[in-house]
Design a protein. Structure first.
Length: 405
C-alpha cells in the first residue's frame, strides 16, 4: 500500500478536535498525526472537510450485505449483539476491506421461548446459509445452565457475553419467559471470572435495575416503558455501566418511521430498494411510548457521567425490523444524542473512542499514531453540526480507500 497524506482537514481524534493536521497513512496504520507530508506520499486534499475515526455502531445484528452497507456510511466496525460472526466464523470479514469489521456476542443467554423468539413472524426463515460452524444456542433457565454455557460461548469465539432480560411487555408479548435474578447473577459472575465483558438487553426500567444489580458491564438499550428516576440513574452510574441507548430503535418501536432519513439524498443514493422499504417502515410495537421520556433519560444519564455509546439495533432488510438501516441510522442516532443534550463532540465520541474503550478495541476509535487507519472524511464540521457526518468525501478501512464513497 502506498503512503497517503490527508492534508488541510480539521481532525477530530475521537476525543477532541485537534484543528487542522496532516494525517499520514502507511499501509494499514496511521503513521503520523501532524508534521509534514512525507516525500512521495499520495496527497488527499482535505480542505473544507473534517477527518474522523471510522464510526462504530455499538448495537447491530448482521445480515447479508449489512457490513458492506455500513461501510458505505463510514461505519468501519459493527458490534453484533446476537448473531453468527464470532471469531470462528469471520476470518473472511476481517480480511475484506470492502465491508465493516465486526465483533460478536454470538447468541445471547435467554430462556427457551424467551426474547427474541417473539419478533419473528410465524413461518419466517432467513434466506441465508448457516456458517460452517452453526451457532451455540445457550438457552438457560437456571443458574447452573447459564454458568455452564459461558465457557462454551467464549471457546466458540464470542467476544462478549450477552444476557436477555425481557418479559415481552414492550414488544406486545407480555409473559415471555425471562431470566430470573439468580440466573442472571450467576451467568454474569461466571463471565467475569473468565475475564469477559458482559452486556444485557433491557428495554424496561426493572430490567435495567436487574442488570445493574447483577454487575453487568453495560446495557445495550435504554429503557422505554416509563420516565427515568433519580434512583435508577444513580444505580447505573454508581455501577460504572455503559449504556447504548439505541434511541432510533425506541422511536421505531413507538411507530416512527425512517422516512425523513430515507428522503435525504445523501442516504437515498446508498440504499437499495429493500433497505429503503425497511427504513421507511417501523417496529410499531409500543405506540404508547414517549420519545421525550427516552431523550430525558439519555440526558440524565449523560449528566450523571454514564458512558453513552451510539448504536442502532439495525438488523435484516425486512419491514418487521423497520425504521433502522445499517450505517444510515447511526447518523440518525448521533442526531438523537444531540437532541438529548449532548454536544456534537460528545455524540461523536459515543461513536468512536468510547465504544472502542468500553469494548477493549484498543486499535481503533481514534485518530492516533500506530492505530488502524479506519477513517471517515466528511465535508463541513460535524463537531459543530453533527448532521455533517453524512457529507461523505472519503472512507478508509485499514488504509484501503473505499471505492465510490
Amino acid at each position: 500500500m502506498a503512503v497517503t497524506a490527508i492534508t488541510g482537514a480539521r481532525v477530530f481524534d475521537g476525543e477532541k478536535a485537534l484543528g487542522v493536521r496532516t494525517v499520514v497513512l502507511d499501509g494499514r496504520r496511521i503513521r503520523q498525526v501532524g508534521g509534514e507530508v512525507p516525500e512521495g506520499a499520495e496527497v488527499v486534499d482535505g480542505r473544507g472537510a473534517t477527518l474522523l475515526p471510522g464510526l462504530i455502531d455499538a448495537h447491530v445484528h448482521v445480515a447479508p450485505g449489512a457490513l458492506a452497507l455500513a461501510l458505505r456510511f463510514g461505519v468501519t466496525t459493527e458490534l453484533e449483539m446476537q448473531g453468527m460472526n464470532t471469531r470462528e466464523n469471520r476470518a473472511h470479514i476481517t480480511e475484506d476491506d470492502a465491508v465493516a469489521d465486526v465483533r460478536s456476542a454470538g447468541f445471547a443467554i435467554t430462556p427457551p421461548g424467551g426474547h427474541p423468539s417473539e419478533l419473528m413472524p410465524e413461518g419466517f426463515r432467513p434466506d441465508w446459509e448457516l456458517p460452517p460452524t452453526p451457532p451455540l444456542m445457550p438457552f438457560s433457565t437456571t443458574p447452573e445452565e447459564a454458568v455452564a454455557f459461558v465457557p462454551h460461548l467464549l471457546a466458540r469465539g464470542s467476544d462478549y457475553i450477552k444476557f436477555m432480560i425481557d418479559d415481552g411487555s414492550v414488544e406486545g408479548h407480555p409473559g415471555l419467559p425471562v431470566l430470573d435474578q439468580a440466573t442472571l447473577n450467576a451467568g454474569v459472575a461466571e463471565a467475569h471470572r473468565h475475564g469477559a465483558l458482559t452486556v444485557a438487553h433491557a428495554l424496561t426500567l426493572d430490567a435495567t435495575r436487574m442488570a445493574a444489580e447483577a454487575g453487568v458491564d453495560g446495557v445495550v438499550h435504554v429503557f422505554m416503558d416509563r420516565p427515568h428516576t433519580e434512583e435508577v440513574v444513580d444505580l447505573v452510574a454508581e455501577a460504572g455501566m455503559f449504556v447504548v441507548p439505541c434511541v432510533c430503535l425506541n422511536a421505531s418501536m413507538m411507530g416512527t418511521t425512517g422516512d425523513e432519513l430515507a428522503d435525504d439524498p445523501r442516504v437515498a443514493r446508498r440504499l437499495d430498494a429493500k433497505w429503503d422499504e425497511t427504513l421507511r417502515s417501523s417496529y410499531n410495537r409500543y405506540p404508547q411510548g414517549k420519545l421525550e421520556d427516552v431523550l430525558d433519560t439519555v440526558r440524565a444519564l449523560a449528566a450523571a457521567g454514564v458512558d453513552l455509546l451510539a448504536g442502532t439495533d439495525a438488523s435484516m432488510a425486512e419491514t418487521f425490523f423497520g425504521g433502522v438501516a445499517h450505517g444510515a441510522s447511526l447518523h440518525q442516532e448521533l442526531r438523537y444524542l444531540v437532541a438529548a443534550g449532548l454536544t456534537p463532540q460528545q455524540a461523536l465520541r459515543a461513536a468512536t473512542a468510547t465504544p472502542a474503550r468500553r469494548f477493549n478495541l484498543g486499535d481503533r476509535g481514534r485518530v492516533a499514531e500506530g492505530l488502524r487507519a479506519d477513517l471517515l472524511l466528511v465535508d463541513g464540521d460535524p463537531t459543530e453540526n453533527v448532521d455533517d457526518t453524512l457529507n461523505t468525501r472519503a472512507i478508509w478501512r485499514r488504509g484501503a480507500r473505499l471505492a465510490g464513497a
